[in-house]
Write a protein that binds this ligand. Structure first.
Ligand SMILES: C[S@@+](CC[C@H](N)C(=O)[O-])C[C@H]1O[C@@H](n2cnc3c(N)ncnc32)[C@H](O)[C@@H]1O
Length: 401
């Protein structure tokens, strides 16, 4: 957690002022309007029961509800992420805004941004969350925010079109209602999961569909209901999983487990490793058989797999072999060099494909913001655009510059 000065630890106003200062310092807040909103809304009133220091922590979530396995289904998102998304959304006075995924706090921030002439509606699929958000909003003096119980997949037609739609659960797809529910100059800010990585993407209308204005890595609880992600996941063994949303990719538990028991081989690219967001996007869209390898802290500590698997790493898989990205410090160039760890009988061939991509990215596309992400709604044509991912309601296509 971000360090809090003890002398102010019991005073929410002082904690809030500290939070706003730190959010500015860390480029979460970049505009005066968002700073004013964060200064105005008493964040701790939306986290009743949580320690004040936790409520005002920049990067910590406040858990709200868990499922039967103990996984969070609802949290108060981290202040830093909320600030980033509100800056992406560029909410102006008088706008009509829809939030999908409620909690109360973010809706209150948006009410500050739209002012008394604007309208904020927040929808959640879970009755407990809607009831809780309603209580917190009323308690904090934001009774004008509308709360709705529904699956956000269908939007909230009563109130559309919206100038802004801000989604606060990880979406696997963009349903038609989110596009038709936007005004002509509207903007959709959505944590969209593409090949297992979630980015908060600000989309404007463009061409036949949507075109990205900005994107940032983001972590969110998954969308429930109609739009829930349909990914395949294979547990290779305790603490090691492989996951993919590509139907063509084989997930052969026995073959991959056997590969994991074969000696680990390392291959080095000579290319720089940095800007992980762009690099991961490039890799997942270009690998011929893409999945993500995840491992627990215990398995990583045992040395069986590399630390790059901690949050999931783009992995090239076949029936009996796999290869994934790693890095090492490079004394010659400073910084890091990217490389590949590979297991199984096809280790060398897979590493070759992977290394080619690492080098091409470093040579041609190694720039922040180098990707433009498009969403093309409707049934996919028989020929998908290059570097694209098929979803249920359309295609995500990425171009590089
Ligand atoms: C990260 S929390 C929302 C945080 C909130 N915006 C805040 O102010 O901190 C995500 C929420 O999305 C909700 N959710 C998940 N799937 C949904 C769906 N299909 N429609 C509406 N809400 C959904 C969950 O119930 C959960 O409360």
């Amino acid at each position: 957690m971000t360090a809090i000065d003890d002398s102010t630890a019991r005073d929410p106003d002082a904690l809030r002022a500290d939070m706003v200062r730190a959010l500015r310092d860390q480029d979460g807040i970049t505009s005066e309007s968002v700073a004013a909103a964060f200064s105005a809304v008493p964040r701790h009133l939306f986290a009743p029961g949580a320690p004040l220091a936790r409520a005002y922590d920049l990067h910590g979530i406040v858990p709200v509800k868990q499922d039967e396995h103990g996984l969070n289904t609802s949290v108060m998102s981290a202040a830093h992420l909320q600030a980033v998304m509100l800056e992406q959304a560029d909410v102006k006075p008088g706008m009509r805004v829809l939030e999908i995924g409620s909690g109360g706090y973010n809706a209150a921030l948006m009410q500050e941004l739209v002012g008394s002439d604007g309208v904020v509606t927040t929808v959640d699929i879970d009755r407990d969350i809607v009831d809780r958000a309603r209580l917190c909003l009323d308690d904090a003096g934001y009774s004008q925010v509308k709360t709705v119980l529904a699956d956000g997949e269908t939007g909230v037609p009563d109130g559309a079109p919206y100038d802004r739609i801000i989604v606060t659960a990880a979406a696997w797809d963009i349903p038609p209602s989110w596009i038709s529910g936007l005004t002509e100059n509207g903007r959709l800010v959505v944590p969209l999961t593409v090949r297992g990585t979630t980015r908060s993407i600000a989309f404007d209308r463009g061409g036949e569909g949507l075109i990205s204005h900005s994107y940032r890595l983001a972590n969110f609880v998954p969308m429930q209901g109609e739009g829930a992600a349909k990914e395949r996941k294979a547990m290779l063994r305790e603490g090691v999983a492989v996951q993919t949303d590509d139907e063509q990719v084989p997930l052969n538990v026995e073959g991959l487990n056997h590969a994991l028991d074969t000696p680990r081989r390392e291959f080095w690219s000579g290319a720089a490793y940095d800007l992980p967001d762009e690099l991961e996007l490039y890799l997942t869209l270009h690998l011929s058989s893409p999945a993500r390898l995840h491992a627990s802290a215990e398995v990583i500590a045992s040395g069986l797999v590399d630390a790059s698997t901690r949050l999931g790493v783009p992995t090239l898989v076949t029936e009996d072999s796999f290869a994934y990205r790693t890095r090492r410090e490079n004394e010659d160039t400073g910084g890091f060099e990217s490389g590949v760890v590979a297991h199984g009988p096809q280790a060398e061939a897979l590493a070759d494909e992977y290394l080619r991509l690492l080098r091409r990215w470093a040579q041609d596309h190694r720039r922040r913001g180098a990707a433009t992400i498009r969403f093309l709604p409707g049934p996919a044509s028989s020929t998908l655009p290059e570097n694209s991912v098929l979803k249920r309601h359309g295609v995500v296509a990425v171009s590089w510059h």
